[in-house]
Design a protein around this ligand. Structure first.
Ligand SMILES: Nc1ncnc2c1ncn2[C@@H]1O[C@H](COP(=O)(O)OP(=O)(O)O)[C@@H](O)[C@H]1O
Ligand SMILES: [Mg+2]
Length: 327
């Protein structure tokens, strides 16, 4: 049985319906990434789980208990924000202990719990520092510790890494994932970064215009996208129409293409002849744009091929994502 159960959740602002019936079942200890473009309703969904905005219809239950209409204080869900939302005039310990103080924990118990959490997020020795003296990565670890302090039923994180530098982001990404595995908390993490979702999540829900387009394991979403939108969003940067069926489109990644010279090699899958237009150096390889029939396609290759070189693109069968579209 699922632990967090979201059923037919519909939410809007005034006339504008933003979530059109979200169904999502999350197991205890599972981390779900909500992935989707800006404005698709990710933050709205988290806000609704926390009780910050009203639900038009549908239900949310945790462990079989309906929480749809409870106030934020009546539910045990905490949010970690992109902006950290720490109190700048408080110390690290005061920030982490804040939720416990609100819940009227005794001073000694708060102190002990704060020490535990400092250890968990690798900030031992920072208890009395002002949060303004910390780096972005450290601040986000304080915010995480504060959220975990009350042992929430569900932890929600809204783009928690987006304010961090690229390198710090990679580290904190792995830290959060390791913590989730170790402590076993149930969580929903919002991101618009597909790689972040792939690395962190047990399952990924791809949202588009307030609907879940696909939910599945990272491997499912990456290798077996269910719709053109998911294929495109997960990095299939090439799209052609099917030679034999104009209502079919074929999607594939530039990284799944092998470039050959003429003559055309014997191979199964997709073979297309074309001419190189230009190439860009990516570091580990070159990305060529190639004109094939009416399409301009992208193909990565370790070998540089000059403009006007005749080439053959080969894409193996499993890397092709074929969809039927309404004409
Ligand atoms: N407080 C609000 N009032 C009115 N419209 C809002 C409000 N918050 C978000 N929206 C609208 O709801 C849609 C979804 O927003 P949001 O949930 O923030 O998307 P995301 O987090 O995926 O970027 C957007 O079209 C946005 O303009
Ligand atoms: Mg958002």
């Amino acid at each position: 049985m699922s632990y967090l159960q979201i059923e037919k959740l519909k939410i809007g602002y005034g006339e504008n319906i933003v979530l059109h019936g979200i169904d999502l079942a999350v197991a205890k200890g599972e981390m779900i990434a909500l992935l989707g473009p800006s404005g698709c309703g990710k933050t709205t969904l988290l806000n609704a789980l926390c009780g910050f905005i009203d639900v038009r219809s549908g239900n949310v239950a945790i462990d079989g208990r309906d929480i749809t209409r409870l106030t934020p204080e009546q539910r045990n869900i905490t949010m970690v924000f992109q902006s950290y939302a720490l109190w700048p005039h408080f110390t690290v310990a005061q920030n982490i202990g804040y939720g416990l103080k609100v819940r009227r924990w005794k001073k000694d118990a708060i102190q002990q719990r704060v020490q535990e959490l400092l250890k968990i997020v690798n900030l031992e020795g920072y208890a009395d520092k002002k949060v303004t003296a910390l780096s972005g990565g450290q601040r986000q670890r304080v915010a995480l510790a504060r959220a975990l302090a009350i042992e929430p039923d569900v932890l929600v994180l809204d783009e928690p890494l987006s304010n961090l530098d690229a390198k710090v982001r990679l580290n904190v990404r792995h830290e959060i994932k390791a913590l989730q595995k170790r402590l076993g908390f149930t969580s929903l993490i919002v991101t618009h970064d597909q790689q972040e979702a792939l690395v962190m999540a047990d399952r990924i829900a791809v949202l588009n215009h307030g609907r879940i387009e696909q939910i599945g394991t990272p491997e499912d979403i990456y290798h077996r996208p269910a719709t053109p939108f998911v294929a495109d969003f997960m990095g299939a940067d090439n799209c052609i129409t099917h030679p034999d069926a104009p209502n079919k489109t074929i999607w594939f990644r530039s990284s799944d293409v092998t470039l050959h010279g003429l003559p055309q090699p014997e191979a199964s899958g997709l073979l297309l002849q074309g001419v190189v237009l230009e190439s860009a150096f990516l570091g580990h390889q070159y990305r060529h744009s190639v004109r094939c029939d009416g399409h301009i396609l992208l193909a990565d290759s370790p070998q540089f091929r000059p403009a006007n070189a005749p080439v053959v693109l080969h894409v193996p069968e499993p890397a092709l994502h074929v969809f039927e579209t309404a004409l």
